[in-house]
Design a protein around this ligand. Structure first.
Ligand code: URA
Ligand code: SF4
Length: 183
């Protein structure tokens, strides 16, 4: 599937990407993180969350969950960078959706952590607001979803950063319970 994504031309985002960013991590992880889409650094390196938002995500995974990022799986709603980091458009999200659905079914995580509004709207409900549902657990089609704020939003607001950090502590309890990770 990585090769298929790297060669994919199913939407216009293929035109200006340097490279696609399929995702990375442990395919046997009980925990899958789903962000929005690659930014500049991710597009350059072909890896998810390697820019400033990635530094924060990695430190939360380490400090709150006690895990190295290699031990979880990290991906995005769209696998190619939207120009100037604009929001992905609905037809781009739809074109890319089958890859995410396949990743979820292959990895079969105990829990999917939704990072931010786009991921929330794509995976759960387009009418929900992240501030209203963050930090809560939802079950859909037999999969558990835990929405929280996008780390990039936390970099813009100390208040959001505090909420994100609290959500990660809730996440730790949930992962221990659901996956019997211990940690
Ligand atoms: N923001 C995202 O949503 N995904 C990345 O991979 C990097 C930044
Ligand atoms: Fe293909 Fe997704 Fe990239 Fe669009 S964003 S070209 S659907 S991999």
């Amino acid at each position: 599937m990585r090769k298929e994504i790297q060669a994919c031309r199913k939407c216009r985002l293929c035109e200006r990407r340097l490279q696609a960013v399929p995702g990375e991590g442990d395919l046997y992880s009980p925990l899958l993180f789903v962000g929005e889409g690659p930014g500049q650094r991710e597009d350059q390196q072909g890896r998810p969350f390697v820019g400033p938002a990635g530094v924060l995500l990695e430190s939360l995974i380490q400090s709150a969950l006690g895990l190295k990022r290699e031990l979880v799986y990290i991906t995005n709603i769209v696998k190619c960078r939207p120009p100037e980091n604009r929001d992905p458009l609905p037809d781009e999200v739809e074109a890319c959706r089958p890859y995410l659905i396949a990743q979820i079914s292959l990895i079969a995580p105990a829990l999917v952590c939704i990072l931010g509004r786009h991921s929330l709207h794509t995976l759960l409900d387009p009418d929900w607001s992240i501030s209203a549902v963050h930090g809560k657990l939802f079950r859909k089609d037999g999969i558990l979803f835990f929405p929280t704020f996008h780390p990039a939003a936390a970099l813009r607001s100390p208040q959001v950063k505090g909420e994100l950090s609290l959500d990660f502590h809730t996440l730790r309890l949930l992962v221990e319970k659901e996956a019997r990770l211990g940690a």
